[in-house]
Design a protein around this ligand. Structure first.
Ligand code: SF4
Length: 342
């Protein structure tokens, strides 16, 4: 008798023969698929974490033009690195990537899942993707896209966040020799282009005849954690010396340039008192502007003032206003108020 477990096992075993021909005919032409050089693949995988393919494409090409080798990235100074990463968000990924390049420059490129996981910023998924794509190892790369495909395929109603490990173990034995990288990418590609979060294109899916759900009922949405809210007041200095910035010292966006800011939502009177407490004597404030900036788990409720003054506070680093956003990378959380410096 054919049990449910046997059926599932059989479908796993069929996945390469169902997916590889489909992938061969339908894969998107993406710049990081030109070859399987591990440096190029590493850069693309880190850029693609939490960022859409279309947003990554141009950044990726520019990044490789400027930093074509591991050695170039390992030696890249902060400002240049932040400028190349500008627009991709989650800047800690860029610093981790450079740290990984330094590890590789010192010790060589690891070619196993476990070795790859020792690189800064490389987790299970990226290690599996690189081991299979670059080094032809039967190492699955299971992310949210792949969990979505498999949970729908098998009608698996368990919470999505518990399934990565199990799917990784079950996929590993069916990896086809010589096509490991293509198999990994075929699963990713199906999740990205056909078995999409909403309205999957089931009629175009090579797994349709085996699929238990044929729709977007799974995976069950996880309960969303409430975003933390944080109020801040931002001061954009407008002076004969240009615009003052400082490096952010803690928390999200740590190490990046920012306008001077302080915690809390200040009205004009409180804002003026705050500036006086910093030692400023003669200044005028513009009318405030407000903006909400949303991160994954955090929301900034920002109030910004332009500060006109001929004084030059020593706690800021000064740049010509037109350099901001051009040669000096400014995170998008602060870009909306950069115009106040003109
Ligand atoms: S048939 Fe539909 S739901 Fe099932 S795997 Fe394919 S696209 Fe996803």
């Amino acid at each position: 008798m054919n049990t449910f477990a046997d059926d599932t096992k059989k479908i796993y075993a069929e996945l390469p023969s169902l997916l590889l021909p489909w992938y061969g005919q339908n894969k998107r032409d993406l710049p990081w698929r030109e070859n399987t050089d591990p440096y190029r693949v590493l850069v693309s995988e880190i850029m693609l974490q939490q960022t859409r393919v279309e947003a990554v494409r141009e950044h990726y090409l520019r990044f490789l033009r400027e930093l074509p080798s591991v050695a170039d990235l390992a030696a890249c100074p902060d400002d240049k690195l932040m400028k190349l990463w500008e627009g991709l968000g989650y800047y800690s990924r860029a610093k981790n990537l450079r740290e990984a390049a330094r590890q590789i420059a010192a010790e060589g490129f690891p070619d196993t899942r476990e070795g790859l996981k020792k690189l800064k910023g490389v987790g299970e998924y990226t290690a599996g993707a690189m081991a299979s794509i670059c080094f032809s190892r039967p190492e699955p790369a299971v992310d949210g896209n792949v969990v979505r495909v498999l949970s729908r395929l098998f009608g698996d109603e368990r919470p999505a966040e518990t399934l990565c490990e199990e799917y990784t173990k079950k996929l590993a034995p069916v990896y086809p020799e010589g096509r490991c990288g293509d198999f990994t990418q075929s699963l990713m590609e199906l999740g990205a282009t056909v078995c999409t979060p909403r309205s999957p294109k089931c009629m175009l899916c090579p797994l349709l005849s085996r699929c238990k759900t044929k729709g977007d009922s799974l995976p069950r949405p996880a309960a969303k954690a409430e975003r933390k809210k944080f109020e801040m007041t931002v001061f954009v200095f407008v002076t004969p010396f240009g615009t003052g910035l400082r490096r952010r010292e803690t928390g999200v966006l740590k190490g990046l340039w920012e306008f001077y800011n302080t915690e809390g939502k200040q009205d004009e009177k409180a804002a003026a008192a705050h500036l006086k407490s910093l030692g400023l004597k003669n200044f005028s404030l513009s009318a405030p502007k407000t903006h909400k900036h949303v991160f994954t788990h955090l929301e900034w409720d920002m109030t910004a003032y332009g500060v006109r003054t001929e004084e030059k506070p020593g706690f800021l680093t000064w740049f010509p206003a037109e350099e901001i956003g051009k040669n000096i990378a400014l995170p998008s959380a602060f870009r909306w108020c950069a115009k106040m410096s003109e």
